[in-house]
Ligand binder design. Sequence first.
Ligand SMILES: Cc1cc2nc3c(=O)[nH]c(=O)nc-3n(C[C@H](O)[C@H](O)[C@H](O)COP(=O)(O)OP(=O)(O)OC[C@H]3O[C@@H](n4cnc5c(N)ncnc54)[C@H](O)[C@@H]3O)c2cc1C
Ligand SMILES: NC(=O)c1ccc[n+]([C@@H]2O[C@H](COP(=O)([O-])OP(=O)(O)OC[C@H]3O[C@@H](n4cnc5c(N)ncnc54)[C@H](OP(=O)(O)O)[C@@H]3O)[C@@H](O)[C@H]2O)c1
Length: 251
Amino acid sequence: MSKWAEGRIVNVRRWTEQLYSLQLEADIEPFVAGQFTRLAMDIDNERIARPYSFVNSPSNPLLEFYFIIVPDGPLTHHMIDLQPGDTIWVARRAAGFFVLPEIPDAEHLWLLSTGTAIGPFLSILGTEEVWRRFPRIVLVHAVRTSDELTYRDEIQQIASTHPGQFQMIPFVSREDTDFAIRGRVPAAIEDGRLEARTGLTLDAAQSQVMICGNPAMVRDTSAVLKERGMKKNLRRHPGHITTENYWKDNE
Ligand SMILES: Cc1cc2nc3c(=O)[nH]c(=O)nc-3n(C[C@H](O)[C@H](O)[C@H](O)COP(=O)(O)OP(=O)(O)OC[C@H]3O[C@@H](n4cnc5c(N)ncnc54)[C@H](O)[C@@H]3O)c2cc1C
Ligand SMILES: NC(=O)c1ccc[n+]([C@@H]2O[C@H](COP(=O)([O-])OP(=O)(O)OC[C@H]3O[C@@H](n4cnc5c(N)ncnc54)[C@H](OP(=O)(O)O)[C@@H]3O)[C@@H](O)[C@H]2O)c1
């Protein structure tokens, strides 16, 4: 059997001029929430493939992927042309270790994302396991402008299903709002604004932190947490910080 399945687009969600989600059906192997697969299109007789995290939970057969148009990006500026009924290749087998079975138990689970990297956290929040294992869960979505705070209805639904157990903290870095923290995640951890907003302590004794998205944010946030005595989570040496970069850090 080919490693590629034909995915049929069922719906395209257009959030802003740059942000889109594809909902599609494809005959793929089971995956674990937090994993990614690869999407591909044949462009000028070449198959161009890139990794994308599942937004849907494993129990939902309607696959969903959330992406930003990268100007001159080889794949994404072709993906915006897709319409319901069109097809896209989907790798049958998912990959990745950014998943709950890799995370030790803790009182507090912090899910820190920039931009499109909220996707794997939505998949994780759709599992039963996360609610069974972590008494308090904080989801952070850090974006440049407030229109990029997408999936608000879904997040509101999660909050109302799990009152007392779940908090969503929006960050907006490039405009003032009356509801989001203005600025960047590492700074708000350093100066205590994130903890003050949640009422929770972010420390090695109680917390597991998953960080996903912009590699500079992943790097800088990890550095601030390490100053607090938290360690990278490795299979052989369990720690507190588990990360996934969406592209390569230039520094
Ligand atoms: C494990 C993994 C999971 C990923 N999951 C997603 C996902 O769910 N949604 C998604 O949009 N992308 C995701 N990506 C990035 C994705 O694979 C592509 O790189 C991206 O969609 C751009 O593709 P491209 O061919 O247009 O440009 P590329 O040549 O792949 O990228 C060009 C540049 O665009 C920037 N860039 C890439 N991805 C992003 C992004 N998500 N947000 C902001 N800037 C970006 C970077 O500066 C990068 O160097 C993931 C990457 C990895 C490694
Ligand atoms: N979003 C858009 O309007 C837009 C428009 C055209 C193209 N693009 C494309 O999309 C890419 C950007 O993706 P994106 O919109 O998801 O933005 P992003 O640059 O990944 O920023 C998302 C959030 O992460 C923050 N951040 C960046 N570096 C950080 C660090 N070191 N520590 C902590 N936080 C950090 C940003 O803060 P700061 O704001 O302080 O950097 C912002 O709040 C660009 O490279 C470009 O290719 C985006």
